[in-house]
Design a protein around this ligand. Sequence first.
Ligand code: PA5
Length: 431
Amino acid sequence: MKSIKLGFKNVKPFISDDDFSRYLDSALKKLKLLESGKGAGSNFLGWLRLPYSEDYKEINRVAKNIRAHADTVVIVGIGGSYLGAKAIISALEDDFGKRKPEILYAGFNLDGEYHKQLLEYLNDKNYAIVVISKSGTTTEPALAFRLLKKHIENKFGKNKASHRIIAITDKNKGALKQLSLKEGYQTFVIPDDVGGRFSVLSPVGLLPVAIAGYDIEKILQGAKDIDKITSATTGFGSNDLIQYAAIRNLLYAQGKKIEILTSYHPGLFYFIEWWKQLFGESEGKNGKGIFPAGVINTTDLHSLGQYIQEGERFLFETVLSVNQAKVQLIVPEDKENLDNLNYLAGKDFFEINRKAQEGTIMAHRTGGVPVLELEIGKIDEYYLGQLIFFFEKSCALSGYMLGVNPFDQPGVEAYKKNMFILLKKPGFSKD
Ligand code: PA5
């Protein structure tokens, strides 16, 4: 089976064998706890079953219908309700190519300018909306949807508009569910036991990805395959999941408080954003947690690179390495060689990028930054499915090792409460 591979030779100088085996032992115990379904947040383990769900058939059917009728689709959601889809779509799409349908996003900020421009842009588009909110009450997507609902109804008429809106929300609860029932929108359910940031393999992530034209069965196949080879029965020797969770928690205990996820492929920018949300919201609580950061190189080698090389030594890095190029681009020979680049002539950009990666890893290790490498074959649906499930499982496992409930997010309420008081939302007051 093709699978992602964890490399940690550039971590070894920073950890002792004894500590490593203690942490491996603890990681294995926590993996068994996760699999037993008896750990903290045990009523939020539905995501473990998502790769095996048959929902993809109905998702593909609906996606096909939307693709046939709309040139543009607006995905409305925030946090776990949109980042997974955006991560996959932006990893797979051609940056400059024409897309049909074009996928746009709304409801992940409260910026009037963004939404006004979006509405103006949609004036002459043949579009549809997928609105996603598990609670059905989150302010950002609810407000964006209020605007979009009005716009699409004005454009197509109320009845036709209702056939262009799909809602993904709770089975029974929330304003979005009630609205969908009243307006007759087609709906998909986010299972009760699946939290937002663990929902990418449910309709939340899969419907937008299928609408964008990508193969969701391959994503699920990747997730299933990695699930099998990372179960507790695969002792630690070859279990990358246990090793990753053990190493990151050991480094954290040694004062490495920040993990940087690095990619040398700009298309993975939103994948890193998804990863940051997954780990940040899952681990950052009770005064604990590795702070998840991200860089895209070589862009950020001319920015954060200086800090990573020589700044405070509280960092470690995980490099998302890609083994195989999707395309070939050879540097041309130039007779005059005025730019002195002929030493690169005949080389593929992929090879040059790989050398930048290797050189940077060596420099970071020498500079005191432990570097893990997580290698995938190539950036495609199958490997993205593997990565997603690998990170979800390792996030749950790491949370347990840290002693937090990885499936709640009580801290998110603090800003909401203040904002509601300031906006005079009924039921909210200073006292
Ligand atoms: O991971 C989470 O639970 C959150 O990031 C949610 O996805 C986010 O707050 C959006 O919530 P909802 O889908 O209820 O609108």
